[in-house]
Design a protein around this ligand. Structure first.
Ligand code: PRP
Ligand code: URA
Length: 206
């Protein structure tokens, strides 16, 4: 399973500000969106194009439009911080939702909500979840997408732990990961180190 770490000075710059505990929620939200834009551009580089006849104000020519059926699936809550960016770049994408929540003591995820298009067989599915920690949530979401027929699934995360990358690789080797960073590891509470804390709490000010 390829894990692509997106390298760009702007990615580094935004990530540093996201990690900073002094960054307030309103700024955090804006930065999460900005970093998502950079990740999404990289993660969609190989979308299929189709020719389209167009007419400029001066003459007829041929352009190219995206042919793939693209589906974005943010994992609630934190994945919502990446959705606006996705829809700005791919406004015709369909959107589905998985609600997953880690148990605070065991760090094991439970699925509490699902609203995803049912016929995902031909779709290019982008799972949006900014934190890949143990990998339990991502594996659960990928399982849900597979049950709905998805074959091409790409996970967009902002910060990943090596444990999560390894878990997802073992669990679903065909799921590709795009992330801004693979950090050092997890602490005893399964939080990413150095990480950026609880993404959902920082995004929503809770
Ligand atoms: C966070 C994060 C991921 C998950 C990652 O969500 O957004 O979904 O933890 O951890 P894992 O790889 O160990 O499963 P959380 O359960 O805290 O819910 P929230 O988004 O509602 O805050
Ligand atoms: N979820 C988060 O929001 N942060 C972590 O470090 C791990 C899981």
């Amino acid at each position: 399973m390829p894990c692509t770490v997106v390298k760009h000075p702007m990615v580094e710059d935004v990530l540093a500000a996201l990690r900073d505990k002094k960054t307030p929620s309103d700024v955090f939200r804006m930065l999460a969106r900005r970093l998502s834009l950079l990740l999404i551009v990289e993660a969609t580089r190989d979308l299929t194009l189709t020719k389209a006849a167009i007419e400029t104000p001066l003459e007829k020519t041929t352009g190219h439009t995206i042919a793939d059926r693209v589906v974005a699936v943010p994992v609630l809550r934190a994945g919502l911080g990446m959705l606006d960016a996705f829809l700005e770049l791919l406004p015709r994408a369909q959107v589905g939702y998985f609600g997953l929540e880690r148990n605070e003591e065991t760090a094991v995820a439970r699925r509490y909500y699902e609203k995803v298009p049912k016929d995902l067989e031909g779709a290019f599915v982008f799972l949006l979840d900014p934190m890949l920690a143990t990998g339990g949530s991502a594996a659960m979401a990928v399982d849900g997408l597979r049950e709905l027929g998805a074959r091409r699934v790409r996970l967009l995360s902002i910060v990943a732990a090596p444990e999560g990358v390894a878990h997802l690789e073992a669990h679903s080797p065909h799921t590709e990961i795009y992330t801004a960073a693979v950090d050092r590891g997890l602490n005893d509470h399964k939080y990413i180190l150095p990480g950026l804390g609880d993404f959902g709490d920082r995004l929503f000010g809770t």
